[in-house]
Design a protein around this ligand. Structure first.
Ligand code: NAD
Ligand code: 89V
Length: 340
């Protein structure tokens, strides 16, 4: 009999629906979704009723009332710091959605608080847990292409993200905080830690306040170079949303991912095409299914990490390294000037 872990979720909005389904799917693995919380009762109540959990409109009351073994924070970034610090005060292992914090000062404060209290803290950074990118990482680890020495990692879409996340139009720091955290994390996973980064940022959509396109150049400690890019202003057809497409080159081969989660592996002169398209879970729908399945994989990883008493792969300390790249990209943007 698997020991159950009481799970609480804070923030019953747009993306949290995927977290909720994932925790219910993980019931056989010991996840027991007992409580949900949203400051808006018109969100908390129906979610509590639908997922069979007690519902709250105040996180402090939920922590005081429930005996939680894990809390999953799926609110927007402005509330991550206060909610994470609250959870840590209550000694509850905590997951928070990306972006980890509003700035690196907040991120460092949360890392310090979790370390001082000895409380598990991780970021729900799910792109590295998408099935295609798990497969790419596995291929690299197999040595099929040798040591990666060049890469292009891109999330380029024209998908109307604003329909489900209208607040993104108002963010002064937009694409790096929303997508840069994802693609830079993927770059770290596939090519290792980064020594330096330069960035060019653009606002190509006049109706948004922040940058909507980022093109970054990274030098990794291994000597590899990667071009890392993200935008919601692509007009390509077909659209690749929500896939991160990669081109990875090594001494003896290359990996190229194509729309539809197809992965082309060139190794020592031979080509193999792998289908890494994940199943469309009963509560998922194309094209979101790639991201939705990764939510389940991410939550499963978190549950296993808490149960094993070990840090998550996307621990607070690890995600600080990704977040530092976001801040460096903002700082570097446009600074490399020509001196004719
Ligand atoms: P949302 O605004 O739809 O939902 C957030 C919910 O939190 C709202 O219902 C709000 O009422 C509630 N809330 C706010 N403050 C609260 C508090 N103090 N206590 C309890 N509830 C509170 O936002 P969203 O689009 O679902 O995004 C949430 C987070 O998920 C963001 O950080 C976003 O970047 C992230 N996100 C991640 C992915 C991914 O993992 N790939 C995809 C989409 C969004
Ligand atoms: O990650 C996010 O916040 C979403 C995405 C569609 C990229 O998953 O916007």
């Amino acid at each position: 009999m698997v020991k159950k872990i009481a799970v609480g979720l804070i923030g019953c909005g747009f993306f949290a629906q995927n977290h909720l389904h994932a925790w219910k799917d993980l019931a056989p693995d010991g996840a027991n979704l007992v409580a949900v919380c949203d400051i808006d009762p018109e969100k908390a109540r129906p979610v509590g009723e639908k997922f069979g959990a007690r519902w709250y409109t105040d996180a402090e009351t939920m922590f005081a009332t429930e005996r939680l073994g894990l809390v999953d924070i799926a609110t927007q970034v402005r509330t991550h710091l206060p909610l994470v610090e609250m959870a840590i005060r209550h000694g509850v292992p905590t997951i928070t959605q990306k972006p980890f914090g509003q700035n690196i000062g907040e991120v460092r404060r949360m890392v310090k608080a979790s370390r001082a209290a000895g409380v598990f803290l991780a970021v729900h950074e799910n792109f590295r847990f998408t099935r295609p990118l798990l497969k790419v990482a596995e291929i690299i680890k197999s040595g099929a292409i040798g040591t990666p020495n060049w890469a292009r990692i891109g999330f380029r879409t024209g998908y109307d993200i604003y329909a489900g996340q209208p607040y993104l139009r108002e963010e002064q720091r937009f694409i790096l905080m929303d997508l840069g955290v994802h693609v830079l994390d993927v770059a770290r996973v596939l090519l290792g830690e980064v020594e330096h980064i330069t960035a060019e940022l653009q606002r190509r959509n006049p109706t948004v306040k922040g940058e909507d396109t980022a093109t970054m150049l990274l030098r990794h400690a291994s000597g590899a170079v990667s071009v890392v890019e993200c935008t919601y202003e692509s007009r390509r057809v077909p659209d690749s949303f929500p896939e991160t497409l990669v081109e990875i080159e090594g001494e003896t081969g290359a990996i190229v991912s194509r729309i539809g989660s197809k992965i082309e592996v060139s190794s020592n002169g031979t080509l193999e095409v792998i289908d890494a398209d994940p199943p469309v879970l009963p509560w998922a729908a194309r094209p979101w299914h790639v991201a939705q399945e990764s939510v389940l994989t991410t939550c499963r990883h978190m549950l296993r990490s808490v149960r094993a008493g070990r840090p998550a792969d996307t621990s607070a300390e690890d995600n600080l390294k990704t977040f530092a790249l976001v801040e460096a990209a903002y700082e570097q943007a446009g600074k490399v000037r020509l001196k004719p």
